[in-house]
Design a binder for this molecule. Structure first.
Ligand code: SAH
Ligand code: SF4
Ligand code: F3S
Length: 469
């Protein structure tokens, strides 16, 4: 099956799109219908789900957290590794059962898996109970797709990305205090192991004026923290003519006066000295940077197409640590890239021992459809890869704990987000350096930034109290 090309589809303006929503809403066809959405994957998908929820509520739907009660079930999927695929098809099994009793329930699959041709073919041949598949480039068409009568599985996935359509503050945001702000979509880096450039398309930056308007609006309605979102935020603007670079954008966002600014993800290759200075010189830009390493071996980095060497990465790391006061740095690491030798792996451990990260997400390499790395020969057994992952995790966790222990008896500014899941007498929140803190305090403080004394430290969280509260 060939995915249709977006360029053949009629391009709509934001006004036309919103007009269609209004018409659907006034027809009341979805009034009081319930939707359930399950989200897999990265922050990009989390934020897309906020958009989908906003769009659905705009046309009359209400959210339910019980999928059995829903008239519409949406799975917003991730394709980054094989296990993401397995989880989705596991849940779809439950939807299939439900569909036997509730025939008119609409089951929809969207997100990055929907952009994979093999998944679409699998759905067409084996999962006929799925009513609708739509991709990452046409979320705004969902209302129209739902109105169209479904006789067969409706596949509505485009292989090419569309224009960036600005629908304004349509999102149903998960939090009242922290908000995601997309600054770009897609990715042009094409790291050889990664599926994202295929599922999300080429890099498309939003205009800086639209981003700044969104931040201003969020500040006005009480948001304390925003996170600028993109697969490679440091490359912001490079795809637009006469657009500012990421350092300048950060500076402008800082001037809006919003209390906290974060950004993910940073690619080391596009990180400039200017960006480091802007982060260092503006108090409302948080001293926390996620700086994916992937591998410490120059041989593997080259095969991955990462465009930096171990030495360049370490130099960037050193500069950031030197200039940005008390900065916390986390990373992503892949073990078991095709033919990674023990020597290559030891190079990765060497970088981890030098950087002593605040935290790291570690993964076993997973071959992805149509990526260059998936065609490379690999003689390393899964058993060996698992052993390496375990060795790496032990070291990573040791440094996380040591870094966290340094916080004991210090005072940290913590944005309190909500009730702690483990203990209802506590609230949870984040330090400026993105450390999770569980705080014993009154629930009235949710949404505040409070000075918290850190009393204990674990590998993945801190405990704290508010003195004189
Ligand atoms: N844009 C981000 C990465 C997004 S994906 C960046 O460049 O840093 C998040 C992480 O998933 C990556 O950093 C990488 O460590 C991991 N990852 C991506 N593709 C993978 C694959 N095929 N197998 C295993 N891990 C992978
Ligand atoms: Fe994937 Fe590389 Fe783009 Fe990150 S920068 S999304 S790892 S291709
Ligand atoms: Fe997954 Fe797509 Fe994000 S593949 S990690 S949801 S961009």
């Amino acid at each position: 099956m060939n995915l249709p090309n977006m360029q053949n589809a009629k391009k709509r303006t934001n006004k036309e799109v919103l007009y269609i929503y209004d018409n659907i809403k006034s027809s009341s066809i979805f009034k009081d219908k319930k939707y359930y959405i399950k989200t897999y994957g990265c922050q990009m998908n989390v934020h897309d789900s906020e958009e989908i929820k906003g769009i659905l509520e705009n046309i009359g739907f209400k959210e339910t957290d019980k999928f059995e009660d829903a008239n519409l079930i949406i799975l917003n999927t991730c394709a980054i590794r094989e296990n993401a695929h397995d989880k989705v098809f596991g849940f779809l099994g439950r939807c299939k059962h439900l569909k036997k009793e509730k025939k008119d329930c609409i089951i929809a699959l969207c997100g990055c898996m929907a952009q994979e041709e093999s998944v679409v073919n699998e759905i067409l041949s084996k999962h006929k109970y799925i009513d609708l598949v739509f991709g990452t480039h046409n979320i705004n068409e969902l209302p129209k797709l739902l109105v169209q009568k479904q006789e067969d599985i409706k596949i509505n996935v485009y292989s090419k990305e569309g224009e960036v359509i600005e629908l304004g503050e349509i999102y149903k945001r998960d939090s009242k205090y922290t908000a995601w702000v997309n600054i770009m979509y897609g990715c042009d880096k094409f790291c050889t192991y990664c599926i994202v450039p295929y599922t999300r398309g080429k890099q498309r930056s939003r205009k800086s004026e639209d981003i700044l308007k969104e931040v201003e609006a969020l500040k006005k309605i009480g948001y304390k923290e925003i996170t600028l979102l993109g697969q490679n935020v440091n490359a912001y603007g490079k795809d637009l003519e006469n657009e500012m670079d990421f350092g300048t954008l950060l500076e402008k966002v800082s001037k809006t006066g919003i209390e906290r600014i974060r950004f993910v993800t940073s690619h080391p290759w596009d990180f400039t000295d200017k960006m480091i200075d802007v982060i260092a010189n503006n108090d409302n830009i948080m001293p926390y940077i996620h700086l994916p390493l992937q591998s410490g071996s120059n041989r593997i980095l080259k095969l991955m197409g990462r465009r930096y060497t171990k030495e360049e990465y370490l130099e960037l790391y050193r500069k950031i640590k030197e200039k940005v006061k008390n900065v916390a740095i986390t990373t992503d690491i892949i073990v078991g890239f095709p033919n990674e030798t023990e020597e290559d792996f030891n190079e990765t451990l060497d970088v981890v021992n030098k950087c002593k990260y605040d935290g790291a997400f570690t993964f076993i390499y997973s071959p992805r459809e149509n990526t260059p790395a998936s065609k490379m020969e690999d003689s390393i057994t899964l058993e060996e890869k698992e052993k390496r992952l375990q060795r790496l995790n032990e070291i990573v966790n040791k440094y996380s704990k040591e870094n966290n222990e340094k916080y004991i008896n210090t005072y940290q500014k913590v944005l309190l987000i909500g009730e702690s899941e483990k203990d209802e007498n506590k609230l949870y929140g984040y330090t400026e350096t993105m450390k999770l803190v569980n705080v014993e305090c009154s629930k009235d403080l949710i949404g505040n930034i409070e000075l918290v004394k850190i009393t204990d430290a674990k590998s993945f969280s801190l405990d704290g109290v508010i003195e004189n509260a």
